[in-house]
Design a binder for this molecule. Structure first.
Ligand code: GLY
Length: 301
């Protein structure tokens, strides 16, 4: 462990995507300030969101794939040498905790599908029916042509603890009504989440297909390694996405970057993306610091 700055004590902080992370941040910030670990904090925020049935894009209540099955993806990361992930989990809810177990108890980085569910069962995790009644009803309406697929999002969380250690977590049920088997950016280190303690971390949310081809969070951290500020890194990642994909007006990507010394950058392709920040001053929800297309309709939950 190392101090963030030689002359300054690390200030515990959490930064997370969307208002859906607010309750989790409210629960996680006091233990973090009291000396808890960043890894415990990010897992607590993700777990709270996964267990909230009113959130239709993460955990219980997440919208299903085209065949009506909910599958969950998650990862945690402390450094390039210390990360864990699960994807296409169909029977267990606490997928961020499961990703942490992959990191801490196996020699692997990612477990997928049945193997991930088997691992959860072997750990003694309780099986859950992930398809909540409201999500099932929405899927029925979509299947019968009465509902357009909504945009989707992800809970992405970065935290620094009082020892100066950074950790990140990312959890999602993925794109609503996706093709069965589709996995997006969230569980893949360097795509939905990247943390390098020498530099900082980044999380991405929104349409994973627009993040994966540019390794969006890895790119953000590498830009900071080469001297960009967190906000400059966010801007360049969004510009790279813009140049690469020419996103359609309904497509959203949001990015949060946290430097190892606690500076935050944030931005999104469209208005509507919000960032939750929690520290000794409290928990607050703020709009992203930059928007690539302020002229197009907001894309938010
Ligand atoms: N960003 C979440 C997903 O595309 O699955």
């Amino acid at each position: 462990m190392w101090p963030i700055l030689d002359s300054q004590e690390p200030m515990p902080i959490i930064a997370a995507t969307w208002s859906l992370a607010t309750g989790g941040c409210q629960g996680a910030i006091a233990p973090l300030i009291a000396g808890g670990s960043a890894l415990d904090a990010v897992c607590a925020v993700a777990r709270a969101t996964e267990r909230d049935p009113t959130v239709d894009s993460v955990g219980l209540g997440g919208l299903p794939d085209a065949t009506g099955h909910v599958t969950l993806d998650a990862c945690v990361m402390v450094s390039p040498a210390k990360c864990g992930a699960v994807c296409a989990v169909a029977k267990h809810l606490d997928v961020t905790d499961l990703a942490r177990m992959v990191m801490e108890r196996t020699r692997h980085v990612m477990l997928a599908g049945k193997g991930a569910d088997d691992f959860a069962r072997a750990l003694g995790m309780r099986e859950s029916n992930l398809l909540a009644p409201a999500a099932r009803a929405a899927w029925e309406r979509w299947r019968t042509g009465g509902e357009t697929p909504p945009s989707h999002d992800t809970v992405g969380v970065l935290a620094i603890d009082s020892a100066g250690v950074m950790a990140g977590a990312c959890s999602t049920s993925g794109m609503a009504y996706k093709l069965a088997g589709r996995v997006g950016d969230s569980p893949i280190p360097g795509h939905g989440l990247y943390v390098d303690p020498e530099v900082g971390g980044a999380v991405a949310t929104g349409n994973g297909e627009l993040v994966m081809g540019v390794c969006g969070t890895f790119l953000a951290v590498e830009l900071m390694r080469r001297g960009s500020t967190p906000q400059e890194a966010v801007r360049e990642v969004l510009e790279r996405i813009e140049r690469t994909y020419s996103p359609e007006p309904h497509q959203q990507v949001g990015v949060i970057v946290l430097s190892r010394d606690g500076r935050i950058g944030s931005g999104a392709l469209r208005g509507g993306f919000e960032v939750v920040v929690a520290d000794e001053q409290g928990v607050r929800l703020t709009p992203a610091a930059m928007v690539t297309h302020p002229d197009t309709p907001e894309v938010k939950r």
